[in-house]
Design a protein around this ligand. Structure first.
Ligand code: FES
Length: 174
């Protein structure tokens, strides 16, 4: 006798006849949806604290208190020269540039493109990023050439008794 096993379910006893395939598939779908919902829930819960921390940080940025930090003595930086320092944290690299007798500009100098260190080109009077030929205006920190689109964060400085101090990081309006 010839068996037609292309029909479903099989009309004869064999190893798979007792499996209800349609039901199995619906269970699979249900299981999959449960896993998906579970994973989404887990992701939401696990990222919640960080979202809250980020929101708090953004909302309180305007009145954030910065430390007053000594950069260098006025006598140690010539007009047209620059000095590296860090502000506000030990890993926040920054650059102080003396533009005139009493004129200073300072910026956090991680390039706003891909964070290469931005340098002061004294001869050209430009702040340059050697990685992808980015340039920033020394008066405002605004990008003037290359891929960067956002300005360098400016650090407000103050001279007291012949010493230059960093006092805060200027907040840019979005
Ligand atoms: S990292 Fe500065 S231009 Fe790309």
């Amino acid at each position: 006798m010839k068996h037609d096993n292309s029909k479903f379910p099989f009309d004869e006893d064999n190893y798979t006849h007792n499996i209800n395939r349609l039901n199995e598939r619906s269970l699979d779908r249900r299981g999959f949806m449960k896993t998906l919902v579970g994973a989404a829930g887990l992701f939401a819960v696990s990222t919640l604290p960080w979202g809250a921390v980020a929101a708090k940080e953004l909302l309180s940025l305007g009145d954030k208190a910065y430390p007053m930090k000594k950069i260098v003595k006025v006598s140690q930086i010539g007009i047209g020269d620059s000095v590296k320092f860090t502000y506000p944290g030990e890993h926040d690299d920054a650059l102080l540039i003396r533009l005139g007798e009493n004129k200073y500009k300072a910026y956090q100098n991680a390039c706003t493109h891909l964070r290469c260190p931005v340098l002061w080109d004294k001869k050209e009077g430009d702040m340059i990023c050697p990685c992808h030929h980015g340039k920033f205006d020394v008066q405002s920190g605004a990008p003037t050439a290359g891929p960067p689109r956002r300005p360098l964060p400016e650090i407000i400085v103050e001279v007291q008794d012949g010493t230059i101090y960093a006092t805060r990081v200027k907040r840019y309006e979005a």
